[in-house]
Design a binder for this molecule. Structure first.
Ligand code: ZN
Length: 116
């Protein structure tokens, strides 16, 4: 992979990372508002708050997972190992990286991992 291609992927990864951080910050800000929201129907409000908490936790987990995956990909760019399969070190196909610039495995290793 040449330097220009790497720059394209690095830019996409950096914007992906910014998006995850925005989403995380937005969720945390929204959680603060929910806690202050006082409804006349306390039981329903408590149930809603509990459901909201579970939902928020799931979403936070999802955003944090993606954030870590993107950060790891950016670290591979810096280390000069970007675009290489983390399992067998083969070059990851461009179409896989285009679909997800944070892709970790080549097609073959991804297939092997999915096999039962
Ligand atoms: Zn591989």
């Amino acid at each position: 992979m040449n330097a220009a291609e790497q720059t394209v992927y690095r830019t996409r990864l950096a914007s992906d990372l910014a998006q995850q951080l925005d989403s995380i910050a937005g969720l945390l800000a929204a959680t603060g508002k929910v806690a202050q929201d006082v409804s006349p129907d306390m039981r329903q409000a408590r149930l809603d708050a509990m459901a909201q908490q579970v939902n928020t936790r799931d979403q936070l987990e999802k955003f944090n997972l993606r954030r870590r995956k993107v950060e790891a990909a950016l670290a591979r760019v810096d280390a000069g190992a970007y675009g290489l399969c983390c399992e067998c070190r083969a070059t990851i196909d461009d179409d896989r990286l285009d679909a997800d610039p944070a892709e970790v495995f080549c097609q073959e290793c991804a297939d092997e991992r999915e096999a039962p």
